[in-house]
Design a protein around this ligand. Sequence first.
Ligand SMILES: [Zn+2]
Length: 235
Amino acid sequence: MSPAIQTITLSLVLRLGAVNCYLVTANDGFILFDTGGSNKRRDLHETLTSAGCQPGNLRLIVLTHGDFDHSGNAAFLRGQFNTPIAMHESDAGMVERGDMSWNRQSSKLVLKVASPMFGFGKAERFTPDILLNEGDTLAAYGLDAKVIHLPGHSLGSIGILLAGGDLITGDLLENTKGPSFNSIMDDRVAATHSVAKLRSYEIGTVYPGHGAPFPMAAFYDSQHIAPNLYDDKQA
Ligand SMILES: [Zn+2]
């Protein structure tokens, strides 16, 4: 059965658009996927509280990657709700050092300059409590969901495939002008391989880091990719 997903959209600094967090209902509580930027901390906290989150039932914070528009409130929420933070180890250095260019091949200078603009200061830095890897499940936190490593936008980007086929993709894919790859890619070859990996799963709705949810089939259509690898497998 598909779990309930609440989309929380928070606007970014400098009119850079908006970012999504997803609050998913788990057994005996919730799991939050991504935390937005620190500029909208109060809004996020209010939304979580209204949804019923409190210390003890916000069981896990999962970051799809280390960028500060996704990780900007993780340390704060860990303090408020006593919730562990999980992410892929390949992006951990970004949030530990406060540097989005850490571990990236391209745009190093731009990202180094942009890093402080996202309001990610010393108080926002943290060391993740749990390191996630390909194939890990979230069963221990009351959610039937699987981690898929999806490098491309960043080396440590992950997607989370929920039971029922919904996929939280972070910034591998976006929907700001229609379903597409995210416009910022550190490694385009890796991103292509990540999408090839996704084709072996039956995916329904994509929940991207930026833009409204969309059917995975609409992304495949936009890229002229045949979506039916999983059909071949099942045949
Ligand atoms: Zn990002």
